[in-house]
Design a protein around this ligand. Structure first.
Ligand code: SAM
Length: 275
């Protein structure tokens, strides 16, 4: 099969952006072309126009695999350490007011789960009676399956600091698994941030992390997703983005934290954002 022409590739890029938000940048184009050409080659259908394939029944598995291979799912435990230090301070400060309710945290775009488990480890250290839940969502089914298995190469724990290692069990042969009690706090759900409807469980959050994801979206999509994430927060809840991923603009009803090492915003108590 002939590789995609430039005009056919542009149509695919437009479809992908409208479906998953991710924009094909020059840095990503070579990877995207390779994956698309290979996937289209495997398809035993003559007309491979994106609009036709998007509406064709029976291709759900094909689309899922295509997305799983296209998306960049790189991540690590405590990836941006300053954001987790901020989270620890934010939760400790909340705990010091005597609040004891169940805390709700969300890792939006969790990839293979390291961010969600890092959030759970942080909350476990500072939140009274360990009453918290972490919702972890991603568009990639393959990433979610890996995240649920919670099994990683032991070498991925290299950057962890005591007592963070205690959250893992050795499985031997250079593999570790997140300890069962820690896993029980984290709930993984398939979710596309570009979908019109967001599940009910995304509402009423105390903390949302959305890191190393918005940079793949175009500016308008990024604004819309950030505004929507803000609306999912409780008053005084905080949104922690990747450093440099959202140039400071006003987010309605949100105050930026005055720290140069993290990009965090707290929802004002008097804001009336519609959820
Ligand atoms: C580079 S990883 C970042 C993982 C983690 N948040 C971190 O900071 O290390 C980006 C993740 O965003 C997910 N993603 C991309 N577009 C998405 C969308 N529209 N909705 C939900 N997740 C998306 C990808 O599948 C991928 O797992």
């Amino acid at each position: 099969m002939e590789p995609l022409s430039d005009s056919a590739f542009s149509r695919w890029a437009a479809l992908l952006e409208s479906r998953i938000g991710v924009r094909v940048t020059p840095a990503w184009e070579g990877h995207a072309r390779r994956i698309l050409n290979a996937h289209l080659h495997d398809l035993k259908i003559n007309d491979k126009h994106p609009a036709l394939l998007a509406s064709r029944k029976g291709l759900a598995g094909w689309w899922r695999e295509l997305l799983d291979q296209l998306l960049i799912k790189e991540t690590t435990f405590f990836r941006h350490r300053a954001s987790f230090d901020y989270l620890r301070c934010y939760l400790a400060d909340k705990a010091s007011t005597g609040e004891k309710r169940t805390l709700r945290l969300w890792s939006a775009g969790c990839a293979s789960g390291e961010e969600a488990y890092s959030m759970a480890m942080t909350a476990q250290q500072v939140w009274p009676n360990e009453q918290f839940q972490v919702l972890a969502t991603d568009i990639s089914e393959a990433a979610l399956n890996q995240a649920r298995a919670a099994t990683y190469k032991a070498s991925r724990l290299a950057g962890l600091m005591p007592p963070e290692h205690t959250g893992f069990l050795s499985l031997g042969e250079g593999r570790v698994q997140v300890e069962a009690s820690l896993r029980s706090y984290v709930h993984f759900v398939h979710h596309n941030l570009v979908d019109r409807r967001w599940p009910r469980e995304t509402q009423g959050m105390d903390v949302i992390f959305c890191q190393h994801l918005l940079g793949y979206f175009g500016p308008e999509r990024r604004d819309a997703v950030v505004a929507r994430l803000a609306r999912c927060l409780k008053p005084n809840g905080c949104l922690v983005l990747g450093p440099g991923e959202y140039l400071y603009r006003h987010i309605p009803g949100m105050q930026r934290e005055k720290r140069s090492d993290v990009l965090a915003f707290v929802r004002s108590t008097d804001s009336r954002l519609e959820c």
